[in-house]
Design a protein around this ligand. Sequence first.
Ligand SMILES: O=C(O)C(=O)C[C@]1(C(=O)O)C=C[C@@H](O)C=C1
Length: 239
Amino acid sequence: MAGGSATRPSFTEVFPEGLAMSADLPLSRSIAIVSMVTALVLGGSSVAFAAPRAPVVTPGQTADGIRQTASLVPLTDLAVQRILLSDKVAAAKFGTGRPIDDPAREQQVLDQVTTLSTGMGLDPAVGTRFFRDQIDAGKVVQHGLYALWGTRPKLRPADRPDLTTEVRPQLDKITTEVLEQLKATADIRGANHACAVQLSGATASAVRQRHLDRLHHDALNIALRSVCTAPSRPTNGTG
Ligand SMILES: O=C(O)C(=O)C[C@]1(C(=O)O)C=C[C@@H](O)C=C1
């Protein structure tokens, strides 16, 4: 965690991706960067850092530093955890003849989501909508890994975890936490720009920190696709 001071931003706060000075960087931008770095190193007397000191705003905190708003980071991380467990699901099933799609198990997951959502005061439609996407994301990963392992036998998993006693309980364990985060983020989830910006930041940082490859990144986008959309219209109980 970059612990920036309230008076002067740290290097990583100014250049989160590091300082990549390439030949194609325009000269004016290079000069600007050099002067900003100089200001950082020498103690910050340049125009860039002489402006009135703004409070450091961290995710989940507003500029007044008092009112806390929810963050989409924990929800995103839980989606990543579930996606990474799909690797274990695939390893449990690959080569056993067991199909990737298991509608009975999906219904079990969605029933559990409905029960838990109702118990915690979350609209079950929100929970089930989100979990349908988690299931779709998991299936994308499984199909991707099956394809990979089919053509590259050396990449096949060495161990086969037990789906029923080992992997599914781990998936179930995450369910309550996901629903709690859906509830905690109710005010910031919606079809608006602020949500989209926060979600894209949370996704980008999860991809970076968890070193997600293209397959898992695509799956994460599927898993999170309902987060910044309008609530789905109530149905007549048919789904
Ligand atoms: O439990 C499984 O068998 C899985 O493949 C996991 C999962 C899920 O994401 O919960 C995904 C696809 C199946 O259709 C059922 C459930």
